[in-house]
Ligand binder design. Structure first.
Ligand SMILES: *[C@@H]1O[C@H](CO)[C@@H](O)[C@H](O)[C@H]1NC(C)=O
Ligand SMILES: *[C@@H]1O[C@H](CO)[C@@H](O)[C@H](O)[C@H]1NC(C)=O
Length: 410
């Protein structure tokens, strides 16, 4: 080998080692597997940035590769009957238990909302298909997995409204009867951005005076709950954690609300609040709602109010950040107290940790029954890693615990 070749190899090796090696806390199990998985995600993210810069394809368009790569064809098997359909014009997958010889009993139902930052993901991804089947078998339930439309093509409130339409449609008595579902045993659940949609839908549904059938429980799995303070202790502590670094979460938020890049930059600097949203900062004040054991070394300072209503060309995103259908943490206690019983899953190594903890605390304070399950060695997105080759033990544990809770509470 020539000397030049040797040095080239050496620098590639050094670059790779530097690149793959991201310090990951020792508490996290299967550290090396996570490091490699994360390396894949970061490489894709860099490619996506590069592609957008060159004007080949936009960032989220490239990131959708993950969604396509994990796509499966949801087929019926010996236990589960799967159908594709439209509920009030929105695509859904419906998973039903196969009838066991004249079984006439009414069943539970789970409406499931996938994660992916409102921009990525699909009900047709392997891990969601796996989770839906688990729920059908272990809970003898019908699962409605919602294929809501995604940002940036469809900004807020489209993804939210798609989900709301599906839920309203499904909760009609004649539709429930058609699926042999007990109207008193229906859950809504979702992970990450899906948890955000699940929380928002639960709130709006109970405020709908015409709504007859209500949800029994909500299961929010590392949910996104607010866009006003993107510097909570967990956002700071985990800003470079695998799977969901702070930049990516901020990007998801900004793309959900607008295509205006100035808004992304303002959110990165946590200077995106308006006088209108600043009036709601009291609902996301972590020095008031986050137990001190989670404060770490961080001191509270309220996000500054810099943007004026007129500063951005369209006032859309500025009004949306104050909208509880986008940020369910922003409602007063009076709107929380009659919400369905809740399961809130949070992970220590997750920028969204404090979003979930604050919501769990506020719900409990308002008098709602809450089970808060915190994973001290958990990382964001873990529930997606149930299948080979990116299967993590913690994903199985989380799934089992969620299903156990649903068995007892739904
Ligand atoms: C946040 O809470 C702390 C302690 O309860 C309080 O001193 C502070 O004024 C609050 N700030 C905002 C912006 O709500
Ligand atoms: C937080 O406040 C304490 C006491 O005022 C100070 O000693 C500490 O340096 C501050 N920490 C940070 C990260 O700013």
């Amino acid at each position: 080998m020539s000397l030049k070749g040797f040095f080239l190899l050496l620098s590639i090796g050094a670059f790779t080692a530097y690149y793959v090696y991201q310090p990951i806390p020792d508490e996290i199990e299967e550290k090396w597997k996570l490091m490699l998985t994360d390396c894949f995600f970061r490489t894709l993210s860099h490619l996506a940035d590069f592609s957008e810069l060159l004007g080949i394809k936009d960032y989220m368009g490239v990131m959708m590769f993950i969604t396509f790569a994990e796509r499966v064809v949801p087929v019926s098997d010996e236990h589960v009957h799967v159908t594709e359909g439209l509920f009030d014009g929105v695509e859904v997958l419906v998973y039903q238990p196969k009838l066991q010889g004249g079984d006439a009993e009414l069943r539970r139902a789970v409406i499931y909302l996938h994660g992916g930052g409102w921009c990525l993901g699909s009900s047709r991804m392997g891990p969601y298909d796996f989770l839906a089947r688990q729920m059908v078998i272990d809970l003898n339930s019908v699962v409605v997995s919602v294929e809501y439309r995604l940002a940036p093509e469809h900004h807020f409130p489209v993804p939210y409204e798609d989900v709301y339409r599906v839920v309203k449609y499904f909760l009609q008595r004649d539709v429930l009867a058609q699926y042999a579902v007990d109207p008193g045993r229906i859950a809504v659940s979702g992970d990450s951005a899906g948890g955000n949609l699940a929380a928002a839908v639960s709130q709006q549904l109970q405020q709908d005076p015409e709504q007859e059938v209500q949800l029994k429980v909500q299961a929010l799995l590392y949910p996104v709950m607010q866009a006003l303070d993107l510097n909570t202790p967990s956002y700071q502590q985990n800003q470079n954690m695998p799977i969901l670094p702070r930049t990516l979460m901020v990007r998801f938020w900004s793309e959900y609300l607008t295509s205006d890049k100035n808004f992304f930059r303002a959110m990165m600097a946590n200077t995106h609040n308006t006088p209108e949203s600043a009036a709601l900062l009291k609902f996301v004040n972590w020095s008031a709602f986050l137990p001190e054991s989670y404060w770490g070394k961080y001191n509270y300072s309220a996000p500054s109010v810099v943007l004026k209503e007129t500063e951005s060309g369209s006032d859309g995103p500025l009004r949306s950040i104050a909208d509880p259908r986008a940020s369910p943490l922003l409602v007063p206690d009076a709107d929380l107290l009659s919400l369905p019983k809740a399961y809130v899953l949070t992970c220590e190594y997750d920028v969204l940790r404090d979003d979930g903890i604050m919501y769990a605390e506020r719900l409990r304070h308002a008098g709602v029954q809450v089970t808060h399950k915190h994973y001290a060695s958990g990382f964001h997105g873990a529930l997606m890693f149930t299948l080979w080759p990116t299967d993590f033990m913690i994903a199985r544990t989380m799934t089992e615990n969620l299903i156990k809770w649903l068995q007892h509470n739904l």
